[in-house]
Design a protein. Structure first.
Length: 395
């Protein structure tokens, strides 16, 4: 009798309307309790890969049912050590893109979802997690198409730049050979023949350098990662650059980590990173000609990870290296392009625009990351490497 009376109330009608709206939402929405059990869901949830409209999923463990996992999802808001009440009170939100393979397809296919999570409090006072999953595969497809188009544009730029860089030395070779072919060997004045050979050698070396740098960047050569003491690598790279240049360089060290800290790496490739960075600083300093001394600051510290980074990097410790110079800075309009292949701000006769791209590639091969910032005459590179906890034989 009480239920019949309740059915006739405006509250019951309103609840039915809200339930209807809930089911008509064009995104999957499901509520999960503190034990990861599905408390309620809308009809769109049953359209997720692996489910059907006939399935009764209430009471099921969400990560087992939806993601075929044996433990909670890596980025789930419930994995935080914070209580549901605190998540609700502090209005903590999680938003990320996740991948989900479609089961049963002969050709593997991945669907991309934007997953959002936050806490609510039910009428009974129970705290629940709302999970919203929106299929954004179409967006990912457009992003991939855009990336492909950008690659084609970059390829065109690379081909044009390589052709331009090779044109001058090839022209020099042709003119020098033509001059030598039109004259008898005996007719060359003393020293003139040697000079012509030196010009040929210079142009051949220029072509060889361009080819070698392209091979370094595009090559797929694998190298073994072993524990490497990073500080001596940086020190020796800077010392070599200082010996090879007449520029006045001041080096300032702020090493806030143990002297013998190790990273997993390849010594030769790590040296290439720092040699290129320091060489770029010197060349930019000489081109700018703004200050009397080039100052290079090298800082090292343990990177402080956010909660999301701790989950992503599996609680590994990371070394953060910061290299700053006062060599003239990078204009804001082009700083986003410095890691692009064949992009250079140097004068036409120096550099091929491969150095920073090559650095970026090596650091990625070391499972690290690199970022750049610039303000005024100062440029700051921030490099992160995973720290090797147990040291061993160095490479």
């Amino acid at each position: 009798m009480a239920y019949k009376k309740f059915k006739n109330t405006r509250l019951f009608t309103r609840l039915k309307e809200l339930k209807s709206i809930f089911n008509e939402l064009n995104v999957a929405v499901f509520l999960v309790d503190v034990n990861y059990r599905i408390y309620d869901h809308n009809e769109k949830t049953l359209g997720l890969p692996g489910l059907s409209l006939k399935d009764n999923i209430n009471g099921k463990i969400c990560y087992e049912l939806l993601f075929n996992l044996k433990s909670p999802c890596e980025h789930c808001i419930l994995k935080n050590d914070t209580s549901l009440e605190e998540i609700y009170r502090k209005k903590i939100r999680v938003s990320l893109i996740i991948e989900k393979e479609i089961p049963g397809n002969p050709i593997p296919e991945t669907t991309y979802f934007q997953k959002k999570q936050y806490a609510i409090r039910s009428f009974s006072g129970e705290y629940l997690i709302v999970s919203v999953m929106d299929d954004v595969s179409w967006m990912k497809k457009k992003e991939n198409e855009q990336k492909q188009n950008e690659k084609l544009i970059s390829l065109g730029t690379v081909v044009h730049t390589v052709a331009h860089d090779m044109q001058n030395p090839l022209l020099g070779l042709r003119l020098t050979l033509q001059t030598m072919r039109n004259r008898e060997l005996s007719s060359f004045p003393p020293g003139d023949f040697t000079e012509k050979i030196a010009l040929l050698e210079k142009d051949v070396n220029k072509l060889s350098k361009i080819v070698d740098e392209i091979k370094n960047v595009t090559g797929s050569k694998k190298f073994r990662l072993l524990p490497v003491r990073i500080k001596p690598v940086i020190e020796s790279s800077l010392e070599r650059i200082m010996r090879l240049t007449d520029s006045r360089i001041n080096a300032v060290w702020e090493w806030l980590v143990p002297e013998d800290i190790f990273v997993m790496g390849n010594t030769t490739n790590l040296e290439s990173i720092f040699m290129n960075l320091f060489k770029n600083s010197v060349e930019a300093f000489e081109d700018a000609g703004k200050v009397l001394f080039l100052n290079i600051w090298v800082e090292a510290r343990i990177k402080k990870l956010t909660l999301a980074e701790k989950n992503r990097f599996h609680n590994r410790n990371w070394l953060e290296l910061i290299i700053i110079d006062n060599a003239g800075g990078i204009p804001p309009a082009i700083i986003h392009r410095v890691f692009d292949p064949f992009f250079t701000t140097k004068r036409a006769k120096s550099g091929t625009g491969i150095g920073l791209f090559h650095i970026h590639k090596i650091i990625e091969d070391h499972e690290g990351s690199i970022d750049v910032e610039s303000k005024g005459d100062y440029t700051r590179f921030t490099i992160n490497f995973p720290i090797m906890e147990n040291t061993g034989e160095t490479l």
